[in-house]
Design a protein around this ligand. Structure first.
Ligand code: G6P
Length: 613
């Protein structure tokens, strides 16, 4: 949550900062702010709303001369935690003197007591934020060296932060620090860009240093000095970003979400590339770094995740149990970490997270380490905190996902988990032939997804029937139960239509009371175990006059005669069917949101990366 960008160098500082913020807007977009050091003076503009609004204000309020004089600056796009999204609460925040400015992503947990102490020493605050307290603390610790002041101040802080600090007295320096919130430094020729993620620096450089927890760095145009909070230098490797700027552009699509839905065949191809060994009937997952013997010792798997990633985990659970015969749970990460879970050395905890930064999932990873489990990450963002802390894992290689509603990450996550199930299954009960058949099934998925996408126009027509509804149900069974949850999540988050995902068998235990002519039911009727029972459940809905829309397998005449409003998707194996069903539901949600005129890539109140509990 919250995006940070900073720049020091000779390019137009405002341009670099504002274009970086646009890239990071997915992280939060309720208010934004920018500050520059021009001619030894600090200048700030903050505004409620999106970055576009901030850019208008900057254009109106800052003269060309002022902008030209800027050699360094910081900027922020916010997802409010402490204090409403108002101009006063927008970052950057100043210290008591107004000569130090700071932007922050994360939460200062002891800000209440720090604020009271500072107030006792005469400090006055302009905002309700935890961040302003940190700015004051830095100001109070300042004795002529900004780098040292920041290090000193952070020693008093409990919580998470990625911060960038500038000072009127230090025009050639941005001091940054991280603990629990991502931050990287992009290295350019005679310049440096700092940002919450690589999408904001890729236009300038591919060489980045990912800061680690406890790092504090003085970033200057000619280099970076990284130390720990005790000011002892630490060594951090330079990484190369292996994708380019076009990956974070809309590429002719109206929305990132649409682009990312359309990218799925390619993303899935990248997910499986080099990982399916049909001859051995196995999956090659070298990042797992487990010998067959170590894999054989795993007797329990717990998938921990949040949001869409949790639904991918729930889907993967069927594959891990069905193919590998390993008792598997998929658990909401916050629930896992606070439940004191029973985990032993023969347990493997798999954290599923697109961003690799979700606070609850990260905390679950740490808890799993404490319990002595094997811990693996299934992440999309390379070098993300979960990917690093899990120490072993499988990257999705789905490419950057910008739309707040996750799409291509879900399908890649499911495919990764089916590969994981194959890898475990081969060591246990799957024959080479069964493994080879599964490899072929997975290899065919990208093309089958393409065939679902080809039905875009038909799905858009069905969406028109759903769009006027104020409430809808999504029902499924077995491997399609999590798909129903994901379909409902997609619809509610981007179209604001109240939608509930239910196990079809559970409908009659209460929710059926809500069904009437105005309450559509989207039923997942693909030809997988549970389909026949689903037909009965659909009858129950029809008998209550609920309009039913279905997703079913191509050529299913029985479904076609029961439910005229049907999206047919290709047939595939049980464990890959949810991918095809969910792609259809992504398109359905997308078109409903479009028809309702919703801000699809940035739904209200949401953020893509949830780095608070
Ligand atoms: C947020 C996003 C969702 C995502 C969830 C988990 O809520 O809006 O799209 O599924 O976080 O994120 P992760 O990065 O851990 O997969």
């Amino acid at each position: 949550m919250c995006g940070i960008v900073g720049y020091i160098g000779s390019a137009d500082v405002c341009d670099v900062l504002l274009s970086g913020l646009r890239r990071l807007e997915y992280r939060g977009y309720d208010s934004a702010g920018i500050a520059i050091n021009s001619g030894g003076e600090l200048h700030i503009v903050r505004s409620v709303g999106k970055v576009a609004r901030l850019a208008e204000r900057v254009a109106a309020e800052w003269t060309d001369a002022l902008r030209a004089g800027a050699k360094a600056g910081i900027a922020h796009t916010r997802w409010a935690t402490h204090g409403a999204p108002t101009e006063e609460n927008a970052h950057p925040h100043a210290d008591q003197s107004g000569r130090v400015l700071l932007v922050h992503n994360g939460i200062i947990e002891n800000y209440g007591s720090l604020r009271r102490q500072l107030e006792g020493r005469g400090h006055t605050f302009q905002s309700q934020t935890d961040t302003e307290v940190l700015a004051h603390l830095v100001g109070e610790c300042y004795r002529g060296k900004l780098f040292e002041a920041v290090s000193q101040a952070l020693k008093h802080v409990e919580g998470t932060y990625g911060i960038a600090v500038i000072s009127a007295a230090h025009p050639g320096e941005i001091v940054v620090a991280r603990n629990g919130s991502p931050l990287l430094v992009g290295l350019c020729e005679g310049a440096a860009v700092i940002a919450s993620d690589a999408s904001a620096v890729i236009a300038h450089t591919r060489q980045v240093i990912y800061l680690q927890d406890g790092d504090v760095a003085a970033v200057r145009a000619d280099g970076v000095d990284i130390r720990n909070l005790d000011q002892i230098p630490v060594d951090r490797a330079i990484s190369q970003i292996d994708w380019d700027d076009t990956a974070v552009e809309k590429g002719g699509h109206a929305h990132f979400m649409r682009k990312e839905i359309w990218e799925q065949p390619e993303a899935l191809q990248n997910t499986i590339r080099g990982r399916l060994d049909e001859r051995a009937g196995c999956a090659i997952l070298s990042g797992l770094n487990l010998s067959p013997r170590e894999m054989a010792a795993v007797n329990r798997i717990v998938l921990v995740a949040c949001g869409t990633s949790l639904y991918a985990g729930m889907t993967g659970r069927y594959a891990l149990e069905g193919l590998a015969g390993i008792p598997t749970d998929a658990e909401q990460a916050a629930e896992f970490r606070y439940r004191n879970p029973i985990i032993g050395p023969d347990s493997m905890v798999v954290a599923v997270s697109q961003s690799g930064e979700t606070a609850d999932t990260l905390a679950a990873v740490r808890e799993a380490h404490h319990k002595g489990a094997l811990v693996a990450g299934v992440c999309n963002v390379v070098g993300s905190t979960i990917a690093r802390e899990a120490a072993r894992g499988i990257y999705l290689h789905a490419g950057p996902e910008i739309g707040v509603a996750s799409t291509k990450a879900f399908s890649s996550q499911v495919l990764v988990l089916v590969m994981l199930a194959l890898a475990f299954g081969r060591g246990r009960r799957l024959s080479r032939e069964e493994g080879a058949a599964l490899c072929r099934e997975m290899a065919a998925v990208p093309e089958l997804v393409r065939r679902v996408l080809a039905q875009d126009a038909a799905i858009a027509a069905l969406a028109a029937r759903l769009a006027p509804a104020s409430s809808a149900f999504f029902i499924g069974r077995g491997v399609l139960y999590p798909a129903a949850l994901e379909g409902a999540l997609k619809l509610k988050e981007i179209s604001y239509v109240h939608a509930e995902g239910y196990h079809a068998a559970e409908l009659k235990h209460g929710p059926i009371a809500l069904l009437d002519e105005q309450t559509p039911v989207v039923a997942l009727l693909n030809d997988v175990p549970g389909r026949d029972k689903m037909l009965g459940n659909v009858q129950e809905c029809l008998a209550r006059h609920a309009p039913v829309l279905a997703v079913a397998s191509e050529g299913d005449a029985e479904v076609a005669s029961l439910v005229p409003d049907c999206i047919f998707v290709p047939r595939t194996g049980v464990y890959t069917t949810p991918i095809l069903a969910v792609v259809a539901l992504q398109l359905l949600a997308y078109h409903v949101a479009r028809l309702r005129g919703c801000p699809i890539d940035q739904p209200r109140n949401l953020a893509k990366s949830v780095t608070v509990e």
